[in-house]
Design a binder for this molecule. Structure first.
Ligand SMILES: *[C@@H]1O[C@H](CO)[C@@H](O)[C@H](O)[C@H]1NC(C)=O
Ligand SMILES: *[C@@H]1O[C@H](CO)[C@@H](O)[C@H](O)[C@H]1NC(C)=O
Ligand SMILES: *[C@@H]1O[C@H](CO)[C@@H](O)[C@H](O)[C@H]1NC(C)=O
Length: 411
């Protein structure tokens, strides 16, 4: 894929010499360039990064606006990418408007966001690995990442090993990018009801959550990854864990008393998982925490015919109406959980990946009714939570890859 730089270099001005001295000037310049590159640069020093890549540290990539840019903003993969999950493969499922959905470019305020260059990025990551840990919204992120990186290495192979849910290895660069499914991050287990248990612990049974024990699927990743991206949040609701089958929190192997409400349980789990990460994951590993992905159910929740058949991103003026907790709408939980997560991460070396705000605009970019299976909507409702691929997560990849690059250059 040609980079914009390459295009610029090709359109160099034509050499119309204004004077007969011009050829000598060119010759002299070449000599000087040759001498300086031969004698002045030590072979060990790395080439300086192109100036375009330098972005000030204070630059906030998460604040900005979406701009229509159909000329330059084209997806880097299509429906044939082997890493797709069927329900998110909106091209194959023939979602309407896919060209328009992918014509929007995120423009941060006061700084530049570069599109990922898969060859350069994988070159930088050579012999390194990237891991995602969390729920299906991180898996959505992973699939976008894999399909984009595949542009640089068509030999990419599915990768699986104990504890990893799914991923890919890029043999040209010896890079593995993988996802560990751990929806609550902490270990949890179904406990069927026993006659001896007191009432109030669920009518059918309950889920025991060990707040201080990471789920097996990522507990032993140790130093395998050089970059890690965590998330949790989308499962911490009464739709996943209703009153008849609630979460019951345990610490040091004993039930916490008095029992915690769900969000208090989340706070304690977050505190413990952050402690675990700080103790067990090497300091040099770049760590990110991805904030909530907003949902866009309009006119009802996911199980009440909530719908997201939109053609355009939301306007600035609409966001609070959809997402501000004070409006008590069906999509309020992203901002609520973000406050809690941000509070818990303060003081750790885990960087916030605040993809919430930019995604809040994109009511137009979910799979909605195009789930690729007949009757899926009748059973599950529309999907206004995950994202079409190609789509919004491709912008998440641009942002994450830029932050990884800066992080590695600083080390
Ligand atoms: C591939 O990368 C891993 C680190 O992730 C390293 O241990 C291994 O030696 C590398 N393999 C090759 C062939 O360079
Ligand atoms: C990280 O660095 C701190 C302070 O230097 C040290 O106490 C801690 O043990 C290190 N953690 C790991 C996992 O190496
Ligand atoms: C959803 O829509 C269907 C078909 O229009 C209707 O039968 C059903 O009652 C609706 N459900 C809710 C919860 O509104």
């Amino acid at each position: 894929m040609p980079s914009p730089d390459a295009a610029k270099k090709r359109e160099a001005p034509s050499l119309k010499s204004p004077s007969s001295l011009f050829p000598y000037a060119v010759f002299l310049t070449l000599i000087i360039l040759f001498l300086s590159s031969t004698f002045l640069t030590s072979p060990a020093s790395p080439p300086p990064p192109p100036p375009k890549e330098k972005v000030s540290r204070s630059c906030n990539l998460f604040d900005g606006r979406w701009v229509r840019d159909p000329e330059t903003r084209k997806p880097m993969y299509d429906e044939t990418c082997p890493f797709h999950r069927n329900a998110w493969n909106c091209l194959r499922n023939q979602r309407e408007n896919m060209v328009t959905i992918n014509s929007w470019r995120w423009v941060p305020k006061g700084c530049s966001l570069d599109r990922i260059d898969p060859v350069r990025f994988l070159g930088l990551m050579r012999n390194k690995n990237i891991g995602f840990v969390g729920d299906s919204l991180n898996e959505n992120f992973l699939v976008s990442f894999l399909c984009i990186l595949r542009a640089a290495d068509a030999g990419a192979k599915k990768w699986k090993r104990k504890g990893a849910w799914r991923g890919a290895h890029f043999p040209k660069f010896n890079v593995t990018v993988a996802y560990h499914r751990a929806v609550l991050l902490a270990k949890y287990e179904w406990q069927p009801k026993e006659p001896t248990l007191a009432e109030g612990q669920g009518s059918k049974g309950f889920y025991r959550v060990d707040v201080d024990v990471p789920a097996d699927d990522w507990a032993h990743i140790n130093d395998f990854y050089d970059v890690l991206v965590f998330n949790t949040g989308h499962w911490w609701g009464s739709d996943k864990f209703p009153e008849e089958t609630p979460l019951v929190f345990y610490q040091a192997g004993r039930p916490i008393f008095p029992p915690l409400k769900m969000l208090d349980g989340l706070r304690i789990v977050l505190e413990n998982m952050v402690l675990h990460i700080q103790r067990k994951i090497p300091n040099k590993t770049l760590k990110f925490w991805r904030l909530q992905s907003p949902r866009h159910f309009h006119g009802g929740d996911w199980n009440q015919n909530g719908s997201c058949l939109f053609n355009e991103p939301l306007l600035d003026s609409q966001l609070d109406m959809w997402f501000d907790p004070s409006n008590n709408g069906v999509n309020k939980e992203a901002r609520l959980l973000n406050d809690l997560i941000e509070g818990t991460l303060r003081g750790s070396d885990i960087q916030l990946l605040d993809l919430t705000h930019l995604s809040e605009y994109r009511a137009d970019a979910h799979p909605a009714i195009w789930l690729g299976k007949k009757d899926a909507v009748a059973v599950w409702g529309q999907d206004c939570m995950h994202w079409c691929l190609p789509g919004v997560p491709d912008t998440w990849v641009d942002i994450l890859s830029q932050l990884i690059r800066h992080g590695l250059e600083r080390q």
